[in-house]
Design a binder for this molecule. Sequence first.
Ligand SMILES: [Zn+2]
Ligand SMILES: [Zn+2]
Length: 146
Amino acid sequence: MRELNYTLLELQKEFRNTTCDFCSSYGKDNKSVNQIRSRVKVNDKYVGVNVVCEECKEKFENDELLKCARCGRLQTMLDIDSGCRCIRRKENIEEKELPNLPDGRENTFAFYEKQINGLKDELVTAEEALEIEREEVAKFQVKSKE
Ligand SMILES: [Zn+2]
Ligand SMILES: [Zn+2]
């Protein structure tokens, strides 16, 4: 399994009043209280943002939430129902390690520039991930009401 780091975070404003990604279909409608961000261990890439209710947060803390055997993502109702996102999106899960830090002063500027660009990329990636995630959940909820 690909190794991920999971971080439990405060719920952001835009996620207030959303329902838990891990248990809120099939009649359950639990309010989310936190979000969990998943990043790849070797290069810190964001691969998932999920919201959790109190109950599922406890499961998360006890390491009881299901994880994908392939990509390591926590499995939401949507993933369990229609296959993990790595499979739905035919994702390549081979991750490259970050390049070693350059040494020598002349590289410092280029190094920080890279870091800054990297951070911008990451922000964009995180925002995209959020959008995709919410979109999929919305579609799923519509689907399950039919
Ligand atoms: Zn839940
Ligand atoms: Zn997966």
